[in-house]
Design a protein around this ligand. Structure first.
Ligand code: NAP
Ligand code: MG
Length: 402
């Protein structure tokens, strides 16, 4: 069989620990035998980040801007203990935060649905994709403990000297206050990413805030989305038969639980933080959740939502068998290959990505899976496989399809 051709290279961003082992296995077993893989390779493994003073992370982000599609392996975000473990020159920032800052992106998290790994919510038949705004609010807050009676005020001093002043509260005893902010520029970028992504996925977009209570702050989010939708996206949504739907977050939660799924749910930073943990658990497992970073100018970066699975890696280093789930990392690759195929008009590449996804799902549905899934599946006959065996079983299934 001739290998499937590519035109533009993918930005390949390698990472750390167990996911780095899986990365190579996926390439060797599932990609290189079938695809004439073209990538621009960036090694974000911690040793190489350290050698380059983290410049490689910036280069990878810029390459993503230039080429449009990247696939990223999970990476270590160094803390004090990692600095010692790897004798690092500095405690580098999270690579995801660096890349996000350069691409100005929004993070979308999508569950991978498989028969036998059942969502806890019975009505969910299709995935619900979470879109979380990643700037501001309580994550960039200023807060203060008030020790006794007095007046707390909100004061804004304009660059030209004008002052706006409002009373927060007249305290008659101890308490707390907090100041938060956001930027129109960031909210606009968030809105554009959401509309672009929903169109790309051919899904409706839901957005919810608490604008009945927070009339100015959350109201601004609502207004920005509304304006950008009308001015820039409504025509495309109408043409695609898609809907943009705004509702109060209380109402959204109730509707999400009763729904069949099959839409993108955009949320402010804190709402998205809390809800995405709930959604990942409700759909079954973090190892079955992909994460896509999109930028307002249409760049895409695909990765798994989980980390580098450190505990399994240490077992692997000791020569012990591991049973690490590679599904989210495989789906990151197929997502990126499919997007590349779509952008370059390569039907065969898109078909390959579809078939590999199917092979993964059929392998699990036939009862062959890694330990994490074996623990929660409702399938009656289950064969728990190790990290390599699972990928080899997927390859067998893929070969029968090609
Ligand atoms: P983790 O990699 O998400 O794993 C935590 C636990 O979840 C594992 O020990 C394992 O549970 C289970 N798990 C996660 N993914 C799994 C998979 N694919 N297959 C089977 N089980 C899986 O978090 P961590 O080990 O605490 O973090 C390791 C490193 O990842 C940290 O240095 C952190 O900075 C980094 N991280 C990176 C990203 C990213 O690059 N996107 C995201 C999060 C964290 P059991 O041990 O019970 O089997
Ligand atoms: Mg969280």
């Amino acid at each position: 069989m001739d290998k499937i051709k590519m035109a533009t290279p993918l930005v390949e961003i390698d990472g750390d620990e167990m996911t780095r082992i899986i990365w190579q296995l996926i390439k060797d077993e599932l990609l290189l035998p079938f695809v004439d893989l073209k990538t621009e390779y960036y090694d974000l493994g911690l040793p190489h980040r350290d050698e380059t003073d983290d410049q490689v992370t910036i280069e990878a982000a810029n390459a993503t801007k230039r080429l449009g599609v990247a696939v990223k392996c999970a990476t270590i975000t160094p803390n004090k203990q990692r600095v010692e473990e790897y004798s690092l020159k500095a405690m580098y920032k999270s690579p995801n935060a660096t890349i996000r800052a350069i691409l100005d992106g929004t993070v979308f998290r999508a569950p991978i649905l498989v028969k036998g790994i059942d969502p806890y919510v019975r009505t969910w038949k299709k995935p619900i994709i979470m879109a979380r705004h990643a700037y501001g609010d309580v994550y960039k807050n200023t807060e203060m403990r008030i020790e006794g009676p007095g007046k707390a005020e909100l004061v804004f001093t304009a660059a030209d000297g004008g002052v706006q002043r409002m009373t927060i509260h007249d305290f008659d005893g101890p308490g707390i206050v907090q100041g938060i902010h956001n930027l129109d520029r960031s909210i606009e970028g968030f809105a554009r990413s959401c509309f672009t992504f929903a169109l790309d996925q051919k899904m409706d977009l839901w957005f919810s805030t608490k604008d009945t209570i927070s009339k100015t702050y959350d109201g601004n989010f609502k207004d920005v989305f509304d304006r950008i939708y009308r001015e820039e996206y409504k025509e495309a949504f109408d043409k695609a038969g898609l809907e943009y739907f705004y509702t109060l977050i209380d109402d959204a939660v109730a509707r999400v639980i009763r729904s069949e799924g099959g839409f993108v749910w955009a949320l402010k930073n804190y709402d998205g933080d809390v809800m995405s943990d709930m959604m990942a658990t409700s759909f079954g497992s973090l190892a079955m959740m992909t994460s896509i970073l999109t930028s307002p100018d249409g760049c895409f970066e695909y990765e798994a939502a989980h980390g580098t699975v450190q505990r399994h890696y240490y077992k692997h280093l000791k020569g012990e068998k591991t049973s690490t789930n590679s599904v989210a990392t495989i789906f990151a690759w197929t997502g990126a290959l499919r997007k590349r195929g779509e952008m370059d008009g390569l039907q065969d590449l898109m078909r390959f990505a579809d078939l590999l996804d199917e092979a993964v799902i059929e392998t699990i549905e036939s009862g062959k899976m890694t330990g994490d899934l074996a623990l929660i599946t409702s399938l009656p006959e289950v064969q728990k496989l190790d990290t390599e065996e699972f990928i080899k079983e997927i390859r067998k299934c893929l070969e029968t399809k090609l």
